[in-house]
Write a protein that binds this ligand. Structure first.
Ligand code: C2E
Ligand code: CA
Ligand code: CA
Length: 408
């Protein structure tokens, strides 16, 4: 493996260095593979069992990685050809990195190593046969691969649905809009958690077609949904769609949304984009540009799960956010925890002082709704009003809620 000078210098600071003379035995066949080596300067030769030279490696190259990864004894001998500096990459470091890697990648790595070694199993952090799969990687990898395949099929064959959860104004009790939430009823596994489905789609590159499908469906259903809503002064009726960082890092999405709105004759003010605050946004610069363009067109941006991530204030400062959704973990403790109450109160005050619309999610009882109303929160969402419903079920819910006086 070859790495460039820039990458090398970034790694160097944290790795122990070994300065070795010429003709020095670095490691031998059968030695435990507890480290790999990055050649900083000089060169080494790699010798097979019979003493034959297999390779010469120079500065910037890595050797010893196979034994390091599969934790089996070394299969080659390495000797310096001249004074040489090596950086030691300890197994613990690589194991830590591997733990954070997706099971699919770990499992594929196992298969690769197994083929390389030409034997039926390897041990340690990674293993190859069901009997040796103590880590559960193989099962997790298979599930991910099968589900990714099924998700592609589901997308193409109408197995996905959107559920809509009503958003109610706390002052006038009018239905102001809906949040669209994805639903997947897997033919064998039953309903798949939306969070699992989204993370699967993100990992497998299906998030963009999925996001497009969500937008298309939400825009398609909006005329029906809008007919149930009532605007109040200052707040137009709207539909909220969740878009993850991965979806918003696609500059194309601005045009896509524009085209969808135009084709449907929908006003941009009637669409809100919810950005999950907990998701790690890799390409913040592009996401910022995309959100700016959307905001300029009139599409509102809501910061979802406010208070749970590390970047709440940073996002408020840098992104064109016009609405915050206070996370349900705070709302659900509103009556029982003074701390949560303080956090919600301060968040509402902060949002108000920035001129932002506020939504509280996860309201499950009257007491919480009343508290939030007195605290000045604008919009309520939660099981107290309704679970997310199918498009067909909403009319009945609206009728019943109006009869019961829960909805204006
Ligand atoms: P979220 O955006 O924070 O959505 C609110 C979640 O809280 C929904 O879970 C909703 O069903 C649930 N919820 C609403 N009211 C209550 C309540 O009173 N009590 C409790 N305990 N829960 C309540 P859901 O539908 O399981 O979605 C989970 C997450 O998956 C969403 O969290 C969102 O981050 C993501 N998600 C859902 N649909 C989509 C989508 O179409 N695209 C993207 N990118 N993410 C989505
Ligand atoms: Ca949301
Ligand atoms: Ca949320």
């Amino acid at each position: 493996m070859q790495i460039n000078a820039q990458q090398t210098s970034a790694t160097q600071a944290s790795l122990p260095r070994e300065q070795l003379p010429a003709n020095h035995l670095v490691c031998g066949i059968g030695d435990p593979g507890d480290a790999a080596y990055l050649l900083e300067s000089g060169s080494v030769e790699v010798l097979a069992k019979d003493g034959q030279r297999i390779a010469v490696m120079r500065a910037g190259e890595i050797f010893g990685e196979i034994a390091l990864l599969d934790q089996m004894p070394r299969t080659a001998t390495v000797r310096t050809l001249e004074p040489t500096t090596l950086l030691r990459i300890e197994r613990e470091l690589v194991q830590e990195l591997l733990k954070r890697t997706d099971p699919v990648i770990r499992h594929l790595l196992v298969l690769l190593l197994e083929r390389f070694r030409n034997r039926s199993g390897v041990h340690g952090v990674i293993c190859a046969t069901p009997e040796q799969d103590e880590s559960g990687d193989m099962e997790a990898a298979m599930l991910t691969l099968i589900l990714a395949q099924d998700l592609t099929f589901a997308l193409e064959n109408g197995q996905l649905e959107l559920a809509y959860q009503p958003l109610v104004r706390l002052d006038e009790h009018n239905l102001i809009g809906f949040e669209a939430l994805i639903r997947w009823q897997h033919p064998l596994l039953g309903s798949i958690l939306p969070t699992k489905l989204i993370s699967l789609a993100e990992k497998t590159g299906l998030i963009r077609p999925l996001g497009l499908w969500v937008l298309q469906r939400a825009v398609r259903d909006w005329p029906t949904l809008r007919s149930y809503c009532q605007a109040t002064a200052g707040t137009p009726v709207f539909i909220s769609v969740n878009l993850s960082g991965a979806e918003l890092a696609n500059p194309q999405i601005v045009e896509t949304i524009d085209d969808l709105l135009t084709a449907a004759g929908m006003s941009p003010q009637e669409l809100k984009v919810e950005l999950t605050e907990t998701a790690i946004i890799e390409d913040m610069e592009t996401v910022g540009v995309v959100l700016d363009k959307l905001a300029k067109k009139g599409v509102a941006v809501a910061l979802d799960d406010f208070g749970t991530g590390y970047s709440s204030f940073d996002y408020l400062k840098t992104l064109p956010v016009s609405c915050v959704k206070i996370d349900k973990s705070f709302i659900q403790e509103l009556s029982s925890s003074a701390r949560s109450r303080e956090i919600v109160q301060s968040s509402l005050q902060l949002a108000k002082s920035l001129g932002l619309l506020t939504i509280a999610e996860g309201i499950e009882d009257e007491n919480t709704a009343n508290l939030l109303a007195t605290m000045g929160c604008d919009i309520a969402q939660g099981y107290l009003y309704s679970m997310p419903l199918s498009l067909q079920a909403i009319l009945q819910w609206v009728d019943e809620s109006r009869k019961l006086g829960r909805l204006a």
